[in-house]
Design a protein around this ligand. Sequence first.
Ligand SMILES: [Zn+2]
Length: 242
Amino acid sequence: MKALEEMKMLIWTAQNSEDHEKRNWAVRDIIEEIQKYHMWKHIAKYTRVTISGLDVEDIKQVFLIGVAEAIPHVDINIGDPVIYLIQKGKWSVLDLLRKHYRNDLRQYCHACFTETRLHEKGGVPICPVCGETGHSGLIERISRNNLDDGTYLNFVSDDLLLEDIVVSNYLVEQFRNRLSGRRREVFDLIMISGYDRHACKNYIKDIADLLGITPSNVNIRLRQIKKAWHEYMYESAVTNDI
Ligand SMILES: [Zn+2]
């Protein structure tokens, strides 16, 4: 394993050498070093949370591309530039997972032949399109991991911007465990029961009515959840928790 000073020299060469070949060699050495001594402990968890679609090799590759792309931008005079590069690799993997693993709870209505997000009222599934209720047996729940083709970006209310939450069941569960009280109730109604802008005329009001609180109170909880999510993502990235 190379010493920090040696890594700094390599980064300097990769960024500044006049010699094209030397720059390439330096980039290769940096990547090799990180691949050999750092990569696995930082991506092992990601490989466990993935469910389908991507394999470990994809994740490794994306990690290393993230590292490589960050090399021209890392400042060797601030902190440990190797840690910075590793973080960039991790964020690339997270981005990949966000895009590919939107665990989407869906339901299919056999009355109007429409697939929507899971939606229910009082514990009974209901089709947001035609109003068919689960009592008829015509609403089928489906849970799947969709390869994101751009059509599932509306997983959660646009206000929440929680689409990045849908990395995997693992992350959702970890995050949900951090919420309590009203925040968790609001989160569950949106994420599990499907009360969002796509299923409701006014989901804020619906949630407020269900919980017996005011709509502005719901809005406050949404902001708190969003803030907690960003904190969670940040902490997870810097502590290697994910
Ligand atoms: Zn329907």
